[in-house]
Write a protein that binds this ligand. Structure first.
Ligand code: SF4
Length: 252
């Protein structure tokens, strides 16, 4: 089993203050961006393979590549057995289509050989650790894809750490600036309640925040409800914003 993919378990008990901060972030971001019901958006094989396609591309191209693949081949077995160049061509809208085609075919071979069918529904009955280990052993499946599949489809106690969540929570100070996504996963799990609804909405709210407000480059802190508890804001903006506010007050 590729332990390296998941190895980084946090040994230190987080402080009550950091736990309280994580819940404050959750509540404010859900209030700002809204909560969603935890209902699987697609069946587990679709979620797994589509998430493999999602790396380094946007949602629209992920969906387009998935639809082209499905329209052209029509079954998981046909996708597994397709000529590599034809599958690669079908997946062109997603970046790195050649590598993704290789990994998807290898993953389908493993699943079908192991289970006798193209289904991962059995993961529902496994413990979270067992299900994680099974998924990350598949070619091209990392912690982000595995956690997303397990939380969204089976409501396991995990949290997908994508680039948005990693950046947003790094700036806020829930995770350290040099923590990897795997370490960040373990830290956030230790800070939040073991409740799939909370973990799901924490993930979604952070994703939306990272897309709309706490963006790459210069974050739009003037629209953010977290300035008083955000480490990045306090270190980089708070004093200059205060000075600007005093100047404009003096002029008025
Ligand atoms: S205050 Fe600024 S840096 Fe901090 S979370 Fe909000 S937008 Fe991001």
């Amino acid at each position: 089993m590729p332990k390296a993919k998941t190895k980084a378990l946090l040994q230190v008990e987080p402080s009550p203050a950091l736990r309280a901060k994580a819940m404050e972030v959750y509540e404010r971001l859900v209030q700002l961006h809204g909560a969603m019901p935890l209902v699987p958006r697609r069946e587990p094989m679709h979620e797994l393979i589509s998430t493999m396609l999602s790396h380094r591309t946007n949602g629209r191209n992920e969906d387009l590549a998935y639809a082209r693949m499905w329209q052209r081949f029509g079954s998981w077995e046909a996708i597994r057995d397709a000529p590599l160049e034809e599958l690669t061509e079908a997946l062109t809208p997603a970046n790195f289509s050649g590598a993704k085609a290789l990994n998807i075919q290898a993953t389908l071979r493993r699943i079908i050989e192991a289970r006798g069918e193209a289904s991962i529904d059995f993961l529902r009955e496994l413990s979270t650790d067992e299900a994680m280990a099974w998924l990350v052993a598949l070619p091209g499946v990392g912690v982000k894809t595995a956690t997303l599949t397990l939380l969204f489809c089976f409501h396991k106690i995990v949290i997908p750490v994508d680039t948005h969540l990693h950046r947003v929570d790094g700036r806020i100070g829930l995770i350290g600036p040099k923590d990897s996504a795997v370490v960040a996963h373990d830290i956030l799990l230790s800070l939040l309640p073991a409740d799939p609804y909370v973990l799901f909405n924490f993930h979604i709210a952070n994703l939306r925040h990272g897309q709309k407000i706490c963006v790459w480059g210069t974050p739009r802190c003037e629209r953010c409800p977290l300035t008083d508890i955000c480490d990045w804001y306090q270190q980089n903006r708070a004093s200059s914003d205060n000075r600007a506010s005093i100047r404009s007050h003096d002029k008025s």
